[in-house]
Design a binder for this molecule. Structure first.
Ligand SMILES: [Zn+2]
Length: 213
C-alpha cells in the first residue's frame, strides 16, 4: 500500500500517519502528495490538483485527507444517503471533490482511481488528541452544544489543553500531538466510538482499492 496525506498542517499529518499505521497494523509506504495545504479552505482548494497529480504521475493507491470542522455543520448519517450532499458540511465537500475530480479519469498505473480516505475532526484535531483523557470532549457533546447554541468548549481551549500554551512553536505542537496520537495507536476503538468523523476515515480505509476489472 502506498499512501499520501493531505491535511491542514505538518502536525496534523504527523498524527494521521500514526493513526493510519495503527489502523493498518503495518507501516505503509508514504509518498508526498505533491502539494501542501495550510488550514481550511486551502485543503479543499488544492485537493483536485493533488488527486490529479497522484492519479497520473504516481502509483500512490490511497489518499488520506482530513480537515477540522471548525464552526461548520457536523456530518451526520443523514448526509450519507445516496445523492445527498450538504453544501456546508466539510465531509460532504471533500467527498464531492473526490467524486467530481476522478469521474472522467482513465485508469492509470494499474488502478481505476486513487482510493478516497476522508476524515473530519470535530471541531479540530486537538479534540481527537484529548479523546480518552477528557471524557467531556467528544463529537456528540460538540454537536449538542452547536444545536443549543452553547458550545461545551472552544477550539482555543482544546489547543491550550493539548499544548499547555496558546502559541506553541511548530516543533512543540508536533511533539505534543505525536505523544497523544501514540496513545491511540494500539487501540483506536475509543476514538472511533467518540468521533464519527474518525470512524468514517477508518471505514474508507477498509474499502478495497478500486481495481481495473
Ligand atoms: Zn456531510
Amino acid at each position: 500500500m502506498k499512501i499520501a496525506f493531505l491535511s491542514e498542517s505538518p502536525a496534523d499529518e504527523a498524527v494521521l500517519r500514526i493513526l493510519v499505521e495503527g489502523a493498518l497494523k503495518e507501516k505503509p509506504t508514504v509518498a508526498s502528495a505533491g502539494y501542501r495545504a495550510r488550514g481550511w479552505p486551502n485543503v479543499l482548494q488544492v485537493l483536485p490538483a493533488v488527486i490529479r497529480h497522484l492519479h497520473f504521475n504516481t502509483d500512490v493507491d490511497t489518499l488520506v485527507v482530513t480537515g477540522d470542522s471548525d464552526d461548520s455543520p457536523v456530518h451526520t448519517t443523514a448526509h450519507d444517503a445516496p445523492q445527498y450532499y450538504h453544501p456546508h458540511c466539510r465531509m460532504c465537500q471533500l467527498r464531492a471533490v473526490f467524486r467530481q475530480t476522478g469521474k472522467r479519469f482513465p485508469a492509470a498505473h494499474g488502478r481505476l482511481r486513487v482510493r478516497r480516505v476522508v476524515g473530519v475532526a470535530v471541531p479540530a484535531l486537538e479534540a481527537w488528541l484529548l479523546c480518552g483523557v477528557e471524557d467531556s470532549v467528544n463529537e456528540a457533546a460538540w454537536t449538542e452544544g452547536q444545536a443549543r447554541g452553547i458550545l461545551p468548549y472552544t477550539r482555543a481551549e482544546l489547543k491550550l489543553r493539548v499544548y499547555r500554551t496558546e502559541r506553541p512553536s511548530l516543533p512543540h505542537e508536533i511533539a505534543c500531538a505525536v505523544r497523544e496520537a501514540e496513545r491511540h495507536r494500539r487501540d483506536l476503538r475509543r476514538l472511533e466510538y467518540d468521533f464519527p468523523g474518525f470512524a468514517a476515515l477508518l471505514r474508507d480505509l477498509r474499502e478495497p482499492i478500486p481495481e481495473i476489472s
